[in-house]
Design a protein around this ligand. Structure first.
Ligand code: GDP
Ligand code: ZN
Length: 288
């Protein structure tokens, strides 16, 4: 669903329907009663009559059901900052947006360095997170990335200098080449989405180009149990002795045992401990 000046453009199979919002959905006068990315039900006379529950929603731009957060780094110039990578992963789990990792500039790496990199990133596989090693400059891995992002709503985050603008331009230029073939209606859509930092991809899908996704501020995690829930590799590890185990110094801790056995990545566990300490000292303790 895409929105332009009071009209809502609903894509269904290969058709786009120009729709209006049914009165009952407007009722609350809320700007987020139907937003870009919503999955909706439309009536035969092209009214939106129902908005499905969202898997996530963000502000600026206001978009729901974001499929992926691409967390982009470079293999070199600058080197990967793993603390930052872990914080961005934490944020994506918090906002319920599935993370994808891109490592760009692999043209600058030797085959040995690429092997080392793969080794270092192997913890991502355990988390079911896909990573792409690409080079915008040498056109390595770009087609695979494009195929992956097709029909999806994708936000981009990561430090500056890693080639985010280069990649986004690449994906956007593709669209520009094709404008001659899009209908009048879609052209209007493209124009408007551009204004709101939403770039429409050829064949469907969007890229969200806003700096907010690069932020490394810790999200509003309310307590230790919520923090633990943001480490997917901590789930289904069997029971700890204590129900409210923090996986720190408690005896018979299933998480610490999994770290010892190599089932949980030690760097990730150490990251957990650092964030726990930080939140405890800077946020949680203040209210006690
Ligand atoms: P952003 O700050 O993340 O948006 O990064 P930019 O897109 O502005 O790129 C930063 C610098 O990296 C520029 O000088 C690019 O030319 C360079 N760059 C981008 N992609 C590649 C790549 O695949 N290989 C190499 N060697 N340099 C690249
Ligand atoms: Zn434990």
């Amino acid at each position: 669903m895409n929105k332009i000046q009071g009209f809502y453009y609903v894509k269904s199979d290969n058709n786009v329907y120009e729709c209006k919002l049914r009165g009952i959905l407007k009722r609350k006068e809320s700007k987020d009663n139907c937003v870009v990315g919503d999955i909706v039900e439309i009536s035969e006379d092209n009214y939106i009559i129902n908005v499905e529950k969202r898997k996530n929603i963000v502000d600026r731009p206001l978009v729901a059901n974001i499929d992926y957060l691409v967390i982009q780094f470079a293999g070199k110039d600058p080197d990967i900052d793993y603390e930052r990578l872990n914080i961005l992963l934490l944020r994506s789990f918090f906002y319920k947006i599935h993370p994808i990792i891109i490592v760009n500039k692999i043209d600058l790496l030797t085959p040995n360095e690429i092997d080392e990199l793969k080794n270092r990133l192997s913890f991502l596989e355990k988390l079911n997170i896909k990573y792409f090693l690409i080079s915008q400059k040498e056109n390595i891995g770009i087609e695979e990335l494009k195929a992956f992002l097709k029909d999806k709503i994708t936000a981009f985050g990561g430090p500056s200098g890693v080639g985010k603008s280069s990649i986004i331009n690449l994906l956007q230029n593709e669209k520009k080449l094709e404008t001659g073939e899009t209908s009048k209606r879609l052209k209007r859509g493209k124009h408007t989405t551009k204004d709101t930092n939403l770039l429409e991809l050829i064949g469907g899908g969007y890229i969200i180009d806003t700096p907010g996704f690069s932020s490394i501020e810790l999200p509003d995690i309310k307590d230790a149990q919520e923090l633990i829930s943001l480490f997917p590799e901590f789930s289904n590890r069997g029971d700890c002795k204590f129900n409210n185990c923090l996986h720190l110094n408690e005896p018979s801790c299933a998480i610490k045992e999994s770290v010892e056995k190599g089932e949980i990545d030690r760097d990730r566990y150490d990251f957990y401990k650092r964030i726990y300490e930080k939140l405890k000292n800077e946020r949680w303790n203040r209210y006690e």
